[in-house]
Design a protein around this ligand. Structure first.
Ligand SMILES: [Zn+2]
Ligand SMILES: [Zn+2]
Length: 163
């Protein structure tokens, strides 16, 4: 990647213009490696606002992203929009104002740790795995299924590894 990437600007260009505003659409594939799942980013837009100070350039930026996610409870696909802002200062000793790193860091932090398709999501049956938002099953253990499974595991371990 050379200076001709849309995220790198010549310091003197911004300085001569007394500032710069840029709105960009970025290829989500460029940020695939910033996430656990490479296809999580659906679209990515960026707004950059440079202002010139005495001996530095201040960048105020904002990223807008659409993400393809999975509900943490029922694993149904969900598409959500996220945005975040950032700022950075570039001293006039630089020849280029390179925003790639700060943009990448901000984008990488957009992915939520946990997301639900809805507050009322019932999740999946721990016994048979059906989506309880759409189907009803006859399993009676309900939420205790996982608990019992764990207990069973523990008991097994207690028996030492004789055979
Ligand atoms: Zn859900
Ligand atoms: Zn079930």
């Amino acid at each position: 990647m050379q200076e001709n990437t849309p995220l790198v600007f010549k310091y003197s260009d911004i300085e001569e213009k007394g500032g710069l505003e840029a709105k960009l659409s970025l290829d989500p594939a460029l940020y695939a490696d910033a996430f656990d799942r490479p296809d999580i980013l659906k679209s990515l837009r960026l707004e950059l606002n440079f202002s010139v100070g005495g001996d530095s350039i201040l960048l105020e930026g904002r990223v807008y992203a659409e993400m393809d996610l999975e509900c943490s409870r029922c694993t149904d696909p969900i598409t959500r929009a996220y945005e975040d802002s950032f700022d950075e200062v570039y001293p006039d000793t630089l020849e280029y104002v390179d925003t790639r790193e700060v943009v990448r860091e901000t984008v990488a932090l957009l992915a939520p740790i946990k997301v639900l398709c809805g507050e009322a999501c019932k999740g999946r049956c721990l016994v048979c795995g059906i989506n309880r938002n759409r189907e009803t099953c006859g399993c009676t253990t309900g939420n205790f299924g996982a608990f019992n499974a764990l207990k069973g595991l523990k008991l097994g371990d207690d028996g030492k590894t004789g055979k």
